[in-house]
Ligand binder design. Structure first.
Ligand code: NAD
Ligand code: ZN
Length: 384
């Protein structure tokens, strides 16, 4: 009797909604009706209100191209409202405002218990980074399971996420702006303030001025850097970088020698901190080479897993440090609610990153805009 009742509830609770499905790599997303299963033990079903489009979505579609990562629903920079919760969920209730987290924080694994890192053993990235999703999914479409990209899938009206990968935020947070804290802005900002550990009076260089790089500039500024070199091949972005605190601007294409040499000459030997926010292994090497020997720190923030990188060992032997940063080194569940408050009190900017607003139906236009360099962040309004 009990089973029949449960089955009835299960059936009743499947939601049919609109989502943009990526059926295969390198093809436009298709608007589809998908079925979203009710939340299971420890899970939360979220009505997505707004989402940003991040370069990592484009990476999966156009660069990573691992067929096993498809079909999928992309999107990992969203915010929404809890629709329902599964058994065992006590910290969330319907109506709560939330930000889905592509990096979980279970609080139980040895990484979560260690203050040195924000890695979490329960994250899809620990075991399934090649397909950029956890193979278990709550989505189906036309009778087929559809993956949830980075465990989140915010290009959908509804999504289901384990409570270890959801942050509860204050009730008055504007979801169409704080969604950016689900990825790009937290990533770049944290890479500067946490991973690099930018110090007051230091000289910094940020390579790549998309939302991630501009947020890194903002982090360098808030940490008290005296000079922030903004490096990009798209000079149109330099005016914007000024707003976030950049003081000097370099286009590598405008010089007939490596930009690391230019930087070295301008700074008597190199910068104290450099951050690579492009996702290009050549630029990663350049960023390392732009650091000063002895104490320079270079951080990889750009995402790529398709190519190896290389560098001369002397770069590290001479005392430089090369490190990487996922989600800005922030322990996700603990930090995102605080970052939302930092935005509400004016400590960090978000509005200035938003250059376009569109509907979910226009997602392919938003993706194309990201490729042109005219767009820093496009916010897709998913539902009211
Ligand atoms: P974006 O495409 O909006 O910005 C990239 C910028 O790099 C553009 O302004 C472009 O003109 C510039 N650029 C391209 N080639 C360059 C070169 N050779 N030298 C200097 N600048 C160059 O991307 P985004 O959304 O800001 O993301 C940036 C990177 O960060 C991506 O690789 C993304 O996948 C990655 N990312 C990493 C994490 C993480 O946790 N580590 C999280 C989010 C995004
Ligand atoms: Zn992202």
């Amino acid at each position: 009797m009990e089973t029949i009742k449960l089955r009835y509830i299960y059936k009743r609770c499947v939601i049919k909604c609109r989502a943009a499905v990526a059926w295969e790599p390198n093809a436009p997303l298709m608007m589809e009706e998908i079925e979203v299963a009710p939340p299971q033990e420890g899970e939360i079903r979220i009505k997505v209100v707004a989402t940003g489009v991040c370069h990592t979505d484009l990476y999966h579609l156009f660069e990573g191209k691992d067929k096993r990562g498809f079909p999928t629903v992309l999107g990992h920079e969203g915010a929404g409202v809890v629709e329902s919760v599964g058994p065992g969920v006590t910290d969330f209730k319907p109506g709560d405002k939330v930000i889905p987290l592509f990096l979980s924080q279970c609080g139980e694994c040895k990484f979560c218990k260690c203050p040195k890192t924000n890695m979490c053993d329960c994250s899809w990235s620990s075991n399934y980074h090649d397909i950029m999703s956890d193979p278990t999914t709550r989505f189906t479409c036309r009778g087929q399971p559809i993956l949830q990209f980075m465990g989140t899938s915010t290009f959908s009206e509804y999504t289901v996420i384990n409570q270890i990968a959801v942050a509860k935020i204050v009730d008055d947070a504007p979801l169409d702006r704080v969604c950016l804290l689900g990825c790009g802005i937290a990533t770049g900002y944290g890479a500067a303030v946490n991973t690099a550990g930018v110090t007051p009076g230091s000289v910094c260089a940020v390579f790549g001025l998309g939302a991630v790089g501009l947020a890194a500039v903002m982090g360098c500024k808030n940490a008290g850097a005296s000079h922030i070199f903004a490096v990009d091949i798209n000079e149109q972005i330099f005016e914007k970088a000024k707003i976030f605190g950049a003081t000097d601007f370099l286009n590598p294409k405008a010089y007939n020698k490596p930009i690391s040499e230019v930087l070295s000459e301008m700074t008597s030997g190199g910068v104290d901190f450099s951050l690579e926010c492009v996702g290009n292994t050549e630029v990663m090497r350049t960023a390392l080479e732009s650091c000063i020997k002895g104490w320079g720190v270079s951080v990889l923030v750009g995402w790529t897993d398709v190519k190896d990188f290389s560098a001369k060992p002397i770069q590290l032997i001479s005392g430089k440090t090369w490190k990487g940063s996922l989600f800005g080194g922030f322990k996700s569940k603990d930090s995102v609610p605080n970052l939302v408050c930092d935005y509400m009190t004016g400590k960090i900017k978000l509005d200035e990153f938003i250059t376009h607003k569109m509907s979910l139906e226009q997602v392919n236009d938003a993706i194309n805009l990201m490729k042109t360099g005219d767009c820093i962040r496009c916010i897709l309004n998913i539902s009211k």
